[in-house]
Write a protein that binds this ligand. Structure first.
Ligand code: FMN
Length: 290
């Protein structure tokens, strides 16, 4: 190799290393964006982030931002994990609405839908589409199982999940997603993922107005249910009042009540929970698409 060729080779190598280093630097912080009334999505998103090995994590919890207080969130040049729960085979409407306040540029996303061991139908593909619409490039996608929002003492559905195996699976998924990102010098090289689900998405009938009720004898009016409701449906005004037209049945007030003073008592809802309990006992495994 003559000197000119050697010099050219060194210059090319240096320019490649510079470009790759700039690319690596770009992903030294991860954003976690999630809506998670009963915390399963949050746990999974955090485990995926752990798997990437990136230490600097910026959490954007959309759960308790009431509609009025959501400002536009801008994300530029940053890896982002986006998680939402599955409600009736779709992404929770509130998660979808709140995600539309995020705008991204030049940023790869790992998307994760969390469901209660019945099924996730079109939710993951819907989440992927929403996340692309707000400007992200999809890096990878996954569906994980978390304890069902309707799971209770006598009717346990996916009780205790995500468990140790789910968490390890999430860590491994994070690791593999990050390795995939690092295998590119420009993540727009990423090909389309073949995610399970259909478009047009499944449609659901409108739910009648329903909500948990308060068992007055057990209620100490501590206000925890008011504080944890992600849609401000619960108010404390001498006694606990729940606006059925606003409640999304997320189960957060029930699961957070230390005195077990909140419960679902609507007969049709109880029947549906009974059916879910019977039909969703067989363990479903989490899965990912890279
Ligand atoms: C209104 C509603 C509908 C739900 N629909 C489904 C469903 O279609 N399939 C399923 O497996 N789980 C379903 N779930 C259960 C949640 O997806 C599951 O509990 C999830 O772990 C909740 O996530 P979070 O803990 O982050 O809030 C539903 C829950 C609610 C409140």
């Amino acid at each position: 190799m003559n000197t000119a060729r050697r010099l050219l080779f060194v210059l090319l190598l240096l320019s490649y290393l510079f470009k790759y280093n700039t690319y690596l630097m770009k992903f030294s912080t991860i954003n976690l964006v999630y809506f998670s009334p009963t915390n399963n999505t949050k746990k999974i998103a955090r485990s995926i982030a752990k798997g990437t090995g990136v230490c600097s994590i910026n959490e954007i919890d959309l759960t308790h931002l009431s509609k009025s207080s959501i400002e536009q969130i801008e994300i530029k040049n940053q890896l982002t994990i986006i998680g939402a729960p599955v409600y009736r085979g779709r992404i929770s409407e509130d998660a979808a609405k709140r995600l539309k306040n995020v705008k991204a540029e030049n940023s790869p996303a790992i998307v994760v839908a969390v469901y209660g061991n019945r099924g996730y139908d079109d939710a993951l593909i819907e989440l992927k589409n929403i996340v692309q619409e707000i400007g992200f490039e999809i890096l990878s996608a996954a569906a994980f199982v978390g304890e069902h929002s309707f799971s209770g003492k006598n009717k346990e559905i996916a009780h205790g999940r995500p468990d140790k195996d789910d968490i390890n699976f999430a860590i491994d998924f994070g690791k593999q997603s990050y390795e995939k990102l690092m295998s590119f010098t420009d993540f727009t090289e990423n090909k389309n993922l073949n995610i399970q689900g259909n478009f047009p998405y499944k449609t659901n009938d409108k739910m009648p107005p329903l909500s948990p009720v308060t068992i007055e004898e057990k209620c100490t009016k501590c206000g925890k249910c008011v504080q944890v409701c992600p849609v401000d449906a619960v108010k404390l005004n001498h006694k606990i009042i729940t606006d059925k037209t606003v409640c999304i049945l997320c189960g957060s007030c029930i699961k957070n009540c230390k005195n077990n003073a909140r419960e679902f008592n609507d007969p049709a809802l109880k029947k549906m929970i009974g059916n879910l309990f019977v039909n969703c006992q067989e363990r479903k495994e989490s899965e990912f698409f890279l």
